[in-house]
Design a protein around this ligand. Structure first.
Ligand SMILES: NC(=O)c1ccc[n+]([C@@H]2O[C@H](COP(=O)([O-])OP(=O)(O)OC[C@H]3O[C@@H](n4cnc5c(N)ncnc54)[C@H](OP(=O)(O)O)[C@@H]3O)[C@@H](O)[C@H]2O)c1
Length: 199
């Protein structure tokens, strides 16, 4: 059975997006490396510039992730990735109301789950098989954390104080959750931090 891990690019003051869901600054490190890497969504080709550390991280995700679990806002903000996530894996979307244009669409990578986070994680695990699940969206990451469903947290820490936007760890309302440091890698314009959640 694979792990359930959330990964975000985050400012030092804890924001994973600026105002209006703007991720330009927190993703800027992906354009500061010395090697060209092309990734594509269903409707966009992105010319990244990664360092060897960034490429290693990306290749590790490509090999290990078998399904993405997304909150409805991340799905909407990304424009449903034009119908294909950059990692080209199935995506489970947790929502109160599935978007009819994507339900039962032939070739769609999306499975919509409406009966809660535990059910969504179970569905993603069933799809991913032995591979890992990548959780995206701050709200659903917090829900996973609170219920003990998250095994790992990856933070690409960006040296900027954004001041406002979408915070990852706000209103957690939890007892302290201990983490174990699983990796620290210095990179150009970013520090890659990896944590295991101690259960
Ligand atoms: N920096 C990064 O690496 C990075 C990566 C990914 C995303 N982001 C940013 O993160 C933001 C999105 O995260 P977010 O926290 O705003 O939202 P989110 O977690 O993606 O989605 C939250 C939405 O999911 C649905 N939902 C959540 N729990 C549910 C439940 N138990 N049952 C049914 N539906 C449920 C609800 O939508 P409905 O009620 O509408 O169905 C809820 O509003 C965006 O700004 C995005 O750009 C940043």
């Amino acid at each position: 059975m694979g792990t359930v891990g959330a990964g975000f690019s985050m400012s030092l003051d804890g924001f994973i997006a600026g105002p209006n869901d703007d991720v330009q600054r927190v993703f800027a490190w992906m354009f500061k490396g010395d090697q060209d890497v092309q990734v594509s969504t269903g409707d966009e080709a992105l010319d990244l510039k990664l360092t060897s550390e960034g490429i290693e991280q990306r290749e590790s995700m490509e090999h290990s992730i078998g399904a993405i679990l997304s909150g409805r806002r991340m799905f909407d903000v990304s424009g449903a990735w034009g119908g294909k996530h950059p990692l080209n894996v199935p995506i489970v979307v947790l929502t109160h109301q599935p978007p009819q244009e994507w339900v039962n669409k032939p070739g769609s990578p999306f499975t919509f789950v409406t009966d809660g986070i535990e059910s969504a994680v179970a569905k993603a695990k069933a799809i991913a098989g032995d591979k890992n699940i990548g959780v995206g969206g701050a709200d659903i990451t917090r829900q996973c954390l609170k219920l003990g469903l998250l095994d790992e947290i990856g933070i690409d820490l960006v040296p900027v104080l954004l001041g406002s936007g979408v915070r990852l760890f706000e209103h957690l309302g939890i007892e302290p959750i201990e983490l174990e440091i699983a990796g620290v890698t210095e990179d150009t314009g970013v520090t890659h931090l990896r944590y295991r959640v101690i259960k």
